[in-house]
Design a protein around this ligand. Structure first.
Ligand SMILES: Nc1nc2c(ncn2[C@@H]2O[C@H](COP(=O)(O)OP(=O)(O)O)[C@@H](O)[C@H]2O)c(=O)[nH]1
Ligand SMILES: [Mg+2]
Length: 598
């Protein structure tokens, strides 16, 4: 035994709680994965933390089972009063009814019950019972109301002992194995109470044998058959007469259970032993549970990657097909091209070009009349036409991505709930327009840089940087090399003249460089806008790297949990029990054995 053991456990619990919170923050994608994450958090907070702090904190004995099994009747009988509503009208128990000594109230509300909402608790305080054991009547685990089942599940995570109530009449179709599976998984000590047993000895034996067989089939047997320390015990309770005033049975009818509770109330050592057993069960189950949650995270990371690949694929494909379309210049409206063609194709210029570029440079500025250049018109038309093409392609990518994602159950709801995801986002035009403005201004800046060493600034000033810039803008889309035989007409003619003009001003190489630079910056602007569109989808799923990182941390924690000193709960028993003065009268009395055939 080491004093360090409880500290080591508490440190681990802190780490595990942080992992549970991280897992919940990733919004688990399936109902079962989500339930596991919630169970881990509830279990750590409501049980492991509480027990790591004290094995002496009040025990939580949970009465659990399907509707109509007689849980509330059992509870009332143990409480000695009609504390919990019983009856055939369902559902009757919507809250957790807690019978406790007033002295245990604070420890329970700050510990085991800390995360159960006050509105879900009905506290029944009784100062005539001994402190140390709280008895809880849970809502039905098969309640049609989701919040009732949720509360019952929550209590399973906190309890130290589960009294699972079923009836001799309908046990076969009334044992909800999922809950018992979790009880087993988290190592919660379990007593199965078979209510309303017939008086006939042979009938009783038959029922018990049959129930035992069901537990074998459900894989719960290995913990059942091993005798005195078995985690599952079967206890039969005879059919009794209901006392209407107290909605309960005669106490003698439930003697085996009443004796067990009484024993725990009387004997501190028995309580500490049960608390240690519950904690040991928890610690034994945690490693596997953490690994399962790590599996969940890894599976999700794979699913998320697949979804992201689909989305990326559609946006990339549309971006490529849009680039292709832009490179052919066919998206530009003819009207604007015609105006530009008239401007750069003035008779004299065409004639000058035919005389050789070197000689025309000096006179171009004299011939071109910047005031007549349809700069604003071409610029506006180009921007609008570009926007229209981009919008079409982005909308197509969105539609294809949404269609694909709608097939995936984990994001289907998010996709269905947001009609905006099926098209471009509302501010698509604004964002792209702003980028295109920046792009065009960037071209003007490029021209000034390119023009300086060639002493073109003076020309630029007289022709107008904006005019030349418009030529470069158009040159990005229409160029003789990119036009095929089919694309004759105004685009081809304009491309030819536009190129002549630009190469006359800058020379072939500098012109090509200007245009290449403009094209790549346009690509960036479009890609950035598409990336923002894609981000709307990416925002719907957790980051897959975050999920794999979390999985790795969970696996490490699982290993650390397995590496806890094996005798730790016993160590805790010694360390924690040593802190509190014992001396509750009667604690040395032998513990009565519960007879399985009762
Ligand atoms: N006659 C008789 N009725 C019982 C017995 N146990 C439970 N009941 C009745 O069965 C019904 C359901 O019991 P209740 O305690 O409300 O079940 P719960 O839904 O599990 O809480 C009630 O009408 C009880 O009076 C019993 O041993 N004998
Ligand atoms: Mg009830």
């Amino acid at each position: 035994m080491t004093e360090a053991a409880p500290g080591q456990l508490r440190d681990l619990v802190g780490r595990l709680e942080a992992l549970a919170d991280r897992r919940l923050a990733t919004r688990p994608r399936s109902a079962s994965a989500s339930a596991r994450a919630t169970q881990l958090r509830d279990h750590l907070r409501g049980h492991v933390r509480v027990r790591a702090n004290s094995l002496d904190a009040p025990l939580l004995v949970l009465i659990l089972g399907p509707t109509g099994a007689g849980k509330s009747t059992l509870f009332n009988t143990l409480a000695g009063r009609a504390a919990s509503t019983t009856g055939v009208l369902r559902p009757t128990t919507r809250v957790a009814v807690v019978l406790m000594h007033p002295g245990d109230r604070e420890a329970l509300l700050d510990g085991t019950l800390v995360s159960v909402g006050a509105d879900r608790l009905q506290l029944v305080e009784d100062d005539t019972i001994a402190p140390g054991v709280a008895l809880v009547d849970a809502p039905d685990i098969d309640s049609i109301e989701h919040t009732n089942r949720e509360l019952a599940d929550h209590l399973v995570e906190s309890a130290d002992l589960c009294l699972f109530v079923t009836t001799a009449i309908r046990y076969a179709d009334r044992v909800p194995w999922t809950v018992l599976g979790r009880v087993r998984e988290r190592g919660l000590p379990l007593v199965v109470v078979i209510n309303r047993m017939p008086a006939d000895e042979a009938d009783r034996r038959e029922i018990l044998t049959d129930i035992e067989r069901l537990f074998v089939d459900a894989g719960l047997i290995d913990t059942m058959a091993s005798g005195r320390d078995a985690r599952i015990e079967l206890v039969g309770v005879n059919e009794g007469d209901i006392e209407l005033a107290t909605e309960s049975l005669r106490r003698s009818a439930i003697a085996p259970i009443a004796d067990r509770i009484e024993q725990l109330r009387r004997d501190r050592e028995a309580r500490v032993e049960l608390a240690a057993r519950a904690l040991a069960g928890s610690l034994a189950g945690l490693g596997q549970f953490l690994d399962t949650i790590a599996d969940d995270c890894e599976h999700e990371a794979i699913d998320v990657d697949a979804l992201l690949r689909t989305a990326n694929h559609h946006y990339e494909r549309e971006l490529i097909s849009m680039r292709d379309e832009l490179g052919r210049g066919t998206f530009l409206r003819e009207e604007a091209l015609r105006h530009w063609q008239r401007f750069v194709g003035a008779d004299q210029i065409t004639r000058l070009f035919s005389q050789g570029i070197g000689r025309v440079r000096g006179v171009i500025s004299a011939i071109l009349r910047p005031a007549q250049a349809p700069v604003a018109e071409v610029r506006a038309a180009t921007t609008e036409d570009l926007l229209a093409v981009a919008r079409l392609h982005a909308a197509e990518a969105a539609r294809r991505t949404a269609t694909g994602w709608a097939e995936d159950s984990t994001v289907a709801t998010a996709i269905a709930d947001d009609p905006g995801l099926w098209s471009t986002s509302i501010d698509f035009d604004d964002r792209l327009r702003a980028r295109l403005d920046t792009w065009i201004n960037g071209i003007a800046a490029d021209i000034q840089v390119t023009g300086r060493p060639k002493q073109l600034l003076a020309w630029g000033a007289s022709i107008g940087v904006n005019v030349i810039g418009t030529g470069v803008v158009l040159g990005t889309f229409i160029h003789t090399g990119g036009l095929t035989g089919a694309d004759v007409g105004v685009a081809a003619a304009t491309a030819f003249l536009n190129q002549k003009l630009l190469s006359a001003l800058f020379g072939e190489a500098a012109m090509a460089e200007l245009i290449a630079h403009a094209r790549s910056r346009l690509d960036e602007a479009l890609a950035a806008t598409f990336a923002e569109e894609l981000a709307r989808f990416e925002g719907l799923v957790p980051d897959s790297g975050q999920l794999t990182g979390l999985a790795a941390d969970l696996r490490q924690a699982a290993a650390d949990t397995r590496n806890l000193p094996s005798g730790l709960p016993a160590d805790l028993r010694t360390v924690l029990a040593a802190r509190t003065p014992a001396a509750i009268p009667g604690e040395d009395e032998p513990r009565p054995r519960v007879d399985r055939s009762q």
